[in-house]
Structure formats: C-alpha cells, structure tokens
Design a protein around this ligand. Structure first.
Ligand SMILES: [Zn+2]
Length: 385
C-alpha cells in the first residue's frame, strides 16, 4: 500500500473525507490541513478559532469557570468526605476469562516495515510516527486527593475506539474503494497522532503512534482499577481504533470478523508485553467525560457493542463507572438511548453506590457530588501543573 500524496488530493475526495469526520473540531482541523496555500494565509486567525473551539470542546475553558462557580456556591462548604477507598466503592464483579492474561507472546520476526509475533499477530510499521514521550501519574486509590501517585512511562491499559468513518460495503467488488478509504484514513490519523494502532477493514494492524509515545485519543477521561485511578488517558492508556462505525445504543458488534480476530491478537501481545490487567482494557465510551458539564459519555464509541468476550477479556461493561464513583460525574435521560443498556447498567450501578455513600457521609447527594467535583478539578489542575 502506498501512502496517498497530499498534492494528488482532489477537492471531491477532500470533501468526501471531511464528511466522514463527525466531530466538528477534527473536521475543521482536517479541512485546514488539506487547504490549498491561499486558504492558509489567515493562519493565525484560523488557529485562534480552532484553539478556542478545541478548548471549548475539551472543556478547558469551562473548567476554571466551574471551579469558580463551585467555590461561590459553597461559601461554607461541608466537610469534604474522604476519597472513597477501593473497599468502599461498589464491588467490581469481574470474572477473568479462561484465556490467561499472561499468555506469553514474543516477537518472531522484525523487519523495517513489519513485525510478526508468536500468536499470529502481524503489525505494519510503514506509517509509524513519533509523538510526545509517554509520561503520566497513576494516582493511588489509597491516597485521597490524588496524593501518593506513581510516575510511570509504561502503558497501564488500552482504550478501544471506532473511527466512525463512513463504510464502503464489505464486498469483493468494492475492493479498490475499501483500500482507498482505508489509506485516506491512515493518512488522516497519523498526521493527527490520533491512535497508537488502527485496524483496517481487512483486519490489518497498522502502528500509528509508537507505544513509547502518547497518542491523542482519549481527551478528558477517567478510569480506575482496584489500586490506581487514571485521569486523562492519552498518556496512560494505549489507543486502538477499529475502522468501523456504530449506531447510538447499538448492541451488535459493528466490526468485521477479521478486525475482531486481529484486535484479539494485538490485545494479547500488548497485555503480555506491558502486563496490562483485563479490567484496564476498556472502550472510549466507558471512560469519556465532559468536565464542562460534569457528565459522562462525551464520546460514545463502542458504548455497548464491544466484543470483550471474543478478545479474551472480562465484560468490563459490568464495572461501575469510576468517573461517577470517584468524582460524582452524572448522566442525563438521553444517556441510555445514546449508550445502550450495557454501558447504562455500569453507570446506574455507580450511581446507586454514590447515593449510599452520600447517606453514610450525612450529606445530600448534591453536596456530596459537589465535593467530588471539586476533588476532580483539583486533580485535573495538579495534573496540568
Ligand atoms: Zn474514540
């Protein structure tokens, strides 16, 4: 497969590709990146617009406002409850599947543009790029307020995504179109450092951003295992994206069999190499949060249709949402419709735990949530610092 030449891009092709990108900020970035030279003249102005849009989308502008609002509403704040200890959180009922997470997978062959592993995995390396070196803090669940964190450079987990790009019919007559669409997508995601890996429609695994570096895949996000919690997972979790599209609330897996098989082998290799626990292999919909309105489910890719079992992983949808349990994030009435029943079940379980802990702390649910919100914003601020 040859890399598409930017100069050969015709306008209809650019427009078609842009229409596939549902996120307005990413679409704007894409259009700017392929704009002919005259359009780039007002670069400063465009950059400011994109910057503001991005900040708004990521909640960075709203976060300090929220801090001030919370502060103003709490002239005499209630005694801040301790960060719930792991033992106080809703129990996590996860049954590790028969597939051992420690299955040893080793490198069999490594050439300049591909790698082969002992479990059948092949990784294409011709598009691999560098980004910023991976570095993050794993916050200890035992240390309230984010104290007692560990600085790390190895990934602690995996976040699965779908590209949400339009799909050509998966038929032999569409072969050329399927390949063209895939190449265009690879070109787009590598220039934006969107993921560490992309799995195309044929199940080919492309390394995009090297695992030693962070990819910009998860934005504002929260996850926790039984010992640590993680805030903003770009640096702490590897991003794997399927070239696929899922409908709101969909329960059936939208990825093809070849993609699921490849994802299983890739997951097995990464878990073996970095000792990643099964409960830290989660979907973007499970971890995505919006600090501007303190709601979960900002992104809902792989909301209820991820085939955990076929990848040898526990059903992580059953895990109560750590964003709700730890930081009091909420969800609105549209959430179940957007996210589907499996993800909504984990959110509801976490919400019930929150109600119980508020009662135990003799606080109203609203006051308890506010205290947890303040804690989240404080940790976010310390992380930026
Ligand atoms: Zn995603």
């Amino acid at each position: 497969m040859s890399q598409p030449d930017e100069n050969q891009l015709t306008r209809p092709w650019v427009d078609w590709t842009a229409r596939q990108i549902h996120d307005p900020v990413w679409r704007l970035r894409y259009l700017q990146s392929v704009a002919p030279a005259p359009l780039k003249a007002s670069r400063w102005k465009s950059r400011k617009t994109i910057g503001l849009l991005t900040l708004l989308a990521l909640g960075l502008v709203a976060a300090p406002l929220s801090l001030r609002r919370l502060g103003a509403a709490n002239a005499a704040p209630p005694v801040l409850p301790e960060l719930p200890a792991a033992s106080a959180l809703p129990p996590i009922h996860l049954v590790e599947p028969a597939v051992s997470p420690s299955t040893d997978v080793w490198s069999v062959e490594k050439a300049s543009d591909f790698e082969v592993y002992s479990n059948g995995l092949r990784i294409e390396n011709q598009y691999a790029v560098r980004h910023r070196p991976r570095a993050y803090v794993a916050f200890s669940m035992a240390g309230a307020e984010g104290r007692g964190g560990e600085k790390r450079t190895d990934p602690a987990g995996i976040v699965y995504h779908t590209t949400e790009s339009l799909q050509a019919p998966f038929e032999s007559s569409q072969n050329n179109r399927l390949k063209q669409v895939g190449e265009s997508l690879i070109d787009y995601v590598r220039r934006r450092r969107c993921y560490n890996f992309l799995i195309d429609r044929f199940g080919r695994v492309f390394r995009i951003v090297n695992e030693s570096d962070a990819a910009d895949h998860a934005g504002h996000s929260v996850w926790a295992d039984d010992r640590y919690f993680y805030v903003n997972l770009n640096d702490s979790f590897i991003g794997i994206s399927f070239e696929a599209q899922t409908g709101a609330g969909e329960a059936a897996t939208s990825a093809g069999n070849a993609q699921v098989r490849a994802a299983g082998m890739l997951t097995e290799m990464l878990r073996s190499r970095y000792k990643i626990p099964g409960r830290n292999c989660v979907t973007h919909a499970q971890v995505s949060v919006n600090p501007a309105n303190m709601q979960i489910g900002y992104h809902v890719d792989w909301a209820s249709s991820f085939p955990f079992e076929r990848l040898g992983l526990p059903d992580n949808y059953a895990t109560p949402s750590p964003a709700i349990s730890l930081f009091g994030f909420a969800f609105d009435a549209s959430f179940e419709q957007r996210a589907g029943v499996r993800l909504a079940a984990g959110a509801s379980a976490a919400d019930r735990g929150l109600v119980e802990r508020a009662e135990a702390a003799h606080l109203s649910l609203a006051a308890y949530r506010k205290a947890l919100h303040r804690r989240y914003l404080k940790i976010l601020a310390s992380q930026r610092g």
